[in-house]
Ligand binder design. Sequence first.
Ligand code: ZN
Length: 153
Amino acid sequence: MRTNVLMMFMATVVVGFMPLCASAKPCALVINSNDQMKFDKSELRFSKKSCPKITLRLNHTGKLAKQIMGHNWVLSETENMQTITTEALKAGPKKDYLPDDRSKIIAHTKMLGGGENDTITIKTSQLKKGGSYSYFCSFPGHAALMKGKLIVE
Ligand code: ZN
């Protein structure tokens, strides 16, 4: 008898937690980067209807310094990505590889070294449903591997 009560209690707890797990903060996006010059996701998505704002957290899970293996997360329209990476190279390390003219950049995190993280908030009113948005790291050469799509649903 006691076992049954315990089982019922356990089942209630498990079922009670399931909706929490399923919803898993849809407006909070997390992406990891590492010493192998990679993001762990090639796609991030959110629903504009559910999220007037999204937060984006970038983790650098590696150990290398930002001068050697720096990572940031830069968001732009896909067609502007090439221009931004070219300008980022010119901007150089003192400016964390971000151009002074940020007009083509929708959002960006800080440049991180190993073990660091940064979280930013993005208003989604500026993003169009079905638009083509790309994120990438603006450290020289990294965008070739470190890039992905932000899907607006
Ligand atoms: Zn990088």
